[in-house]
Ligand binder design. Structure first.
Ligand SMILES: Nc1nc2c(ncn2[C@@H]2O[C@H](COP(=O)(O)OP(=O)(O)O)[C@@H](O)[C@H]2O)c(=O)[nH]1
Ligand SMILES: [Mg+2]
Length: 456
């Protein structure tokens, strides 16, 4: 298989900020010789060549072919190994006009620099030992986090929350392995004792299981949950939608059937990213536009993680509501009795949450309930969220490790020969090492870093 990163040690450059008009644009470069190559593109090459690491240099970029000035720039100079990538590196703080950025990049690309591929800076950081793979993945997660909690969890991983745990378990396993090796080296020792420290093995397994279980929580924060508002027209879905968003996004109207298509909006529910859908009401009607709206409503309900089903408390439960509730019974669903502020509202039946989408009464209980449902429907737990894994790759490695450890325990119970058991142990250690990237194949690296944005 062809991999993209064979000998990634040439000079790369990329725009690290969005390509658009802004006060500043940051252009990142890295690679042996990058400082010298860049110096040639400035009015005063010595100021860069002689600059120490971790210093800023003020100057002008020029096109060496025409000697024309391109931009006034602050150069951040980093010298190997003290840089993000571990290589010589220059970060340029330029002016953020689109033609300006374009001109600078074109000049770099025709004078010794190549366009960096997605994630290539972080890949180099990993290859140069600046971070382990869980931290490299956290960089990506940190950039793409959608809520504050997600961002916080990713930052924890970047600081090494996963790495330190894995490293701890690995050291314990190596101790177990050492005990086995001694036994293997001196087989004719009369000790028939099995050299297994079951207490330590248990501790490792439990710890890894906890980490593995945190994956659903990690995914919850990364992907978020889909919540659909449903119910008959005029139940107050659009009003509730706006209450969630704290703004008037969806049209609220006393005329039935105003919302004909669904609209969606992102929001954060106590740190969990939610995609909330306001749907067309469920109402049997001849008109074809509205029928299409209803078809789409059913579709959105079908793929949601939780349905908020609203009933107009002044109207009470209709046969249509009963039918809908029966249809979606198997799904995570919260029954909401709306319009409790209204004159002549009927008593809230058992199993319904009282709400006024107009006054906001009952809304915080609804939020609590939705949060619990959303977390539960994803099988996530939020206790001890200091180390949460959020990578399918890490999950697979943990499963491999636990698989090998289970084989080991079974082998011990069946009194398998020690050298066979030593192989299980080796397999467990290998899978554990893969998590942090001590043993990682190039194609895995390739797949992993290609999901990054350019400039990271
Ligand atoms: N009194 C009262 N009226 C409400 C409440 N929620 C919605 N309404 C009214 O009910 C009508 C329909 O609301 P809307 O949100 O458009 O319902 P939808 O068709 O389900 O989206 C509008 O006139 C709203 O002002 C509520 O909690 N209390
Ligand atoms: Mg509506």
């Amino acid at each position: 298989m062809e991999t993209r990163f064979v000998y990634p040690d040439d000079c790369i450059a990329a725009l690290a900020t969005p390509f658009g008009e802004s006060a500043l644009a940051v252009i990142r470069t890295s690679g042996a010789g990058s400082i010298e190559s860049l110096a040639k593109l400035t009015e005063n090459p010595e100021s860069l060549e002689k600059a120490g690491g971790n210093t800023m240099v003020f100057g002008y970029l020029k096109d060496p072919d025409t000697s024309e000035q391109i931009d006034q720039v602050m150069f951040g100079i980093f010298r190997a190994p003290k840089s993000y990538t571990g290589e010589d590196s220059v970060e340029m703080y330029c002016h953020g006009s689109i033609p300006g950025i374009d001109r600078i990049l074109q000049t770099l690309f025709s004078h010794g620099f190549r366009q960096a591929q997605g994630g290539e800076f972080t890949l180099r950081a990993f290859l140069n030992g600046k971070m382990d793979l869980t931290q490299a993945e956290a960089v990506h997660e940190l950039v793409t986090a959608r809520t504050r909690t997600a961002q916080h969890l990713a930052l924890g991983r970047l600081k090494g929350s996963i790495y330190h745990q894995i490293d701890g378990y690995k050291k314990l396993l190596i101790r177990v392995q050492a005990g086995v090796s001694i036994q293997l080296d001196y087989p004719d020792d009369e000790v028939e004792e099995i050299p297994w420290d079951f207490e330590v093995l248990d501790r490792i397994q439990k710890g890894l299981e906890t980490l593995l279980a945190s994956y659903s929580t990690g995914r919850l924060f990364q992907e978020g949950v889909v919540v659909a508002l449903a119910g008959r027209t005029n139940a107050g879905k659009s009003s509730l939608f706006n209450l969630f968003l704290k703004e008037d996004r969806s049209i609220v109207s006393a005329i039935p059937g105003t919302t004909r298509d669904y609209i969606e909006a992102p929001l954060s529910l106590k740190g969990v990213p939610v995609k909330l859908y306001d749907t067309a009401g469920l109402r049997v009607i001849e008109e074809s536009i509205e029928q299409e709206g209803i078809r789409r409503t059913t579709q959105v309900m079908g793929r949601s993680d939780c349905i908020l089903y609203l009933v107009d408390g002044t109207q009470g439960l209709t046969p249509e509501d009963e039918e809908q509730l029966a249809t979606w019974e198997q799904r995570p669903l919260i029954r909401v009795w709306n319009k409790i502020d209204a004159e002549g509202v009927l008593r809230t039946p058992a199993g319904f949450l009282p709400l006024s989408a107009t006054t906001g009464e009952g809304f915080s209980s609804l939020e609590d309930r939705l949060y619990t449902e959303a977390v539960k429907s994803r099988g996530a737990g939020l206790e001890g969220t200091d180390a949460v894994i959020d990578s399918a790759r890490q999950k697979r490695c943990l499963e491999d490790t636990l698989g090998a450890l289970a084989d080991l325990q079974q082998g011990i119970a069946q009194r398998m020969p020690l050298d066979a058991l030593a192989l299980d142990l080796q397999r467990a250690l290998g899978a554990l090492g893969e998590i942090t990237g001590e043993v990682t194949r190039e194609d895995i690296l390739d797949a992993m870093f290609s999901g990054f944005c350019v400039g990271k």
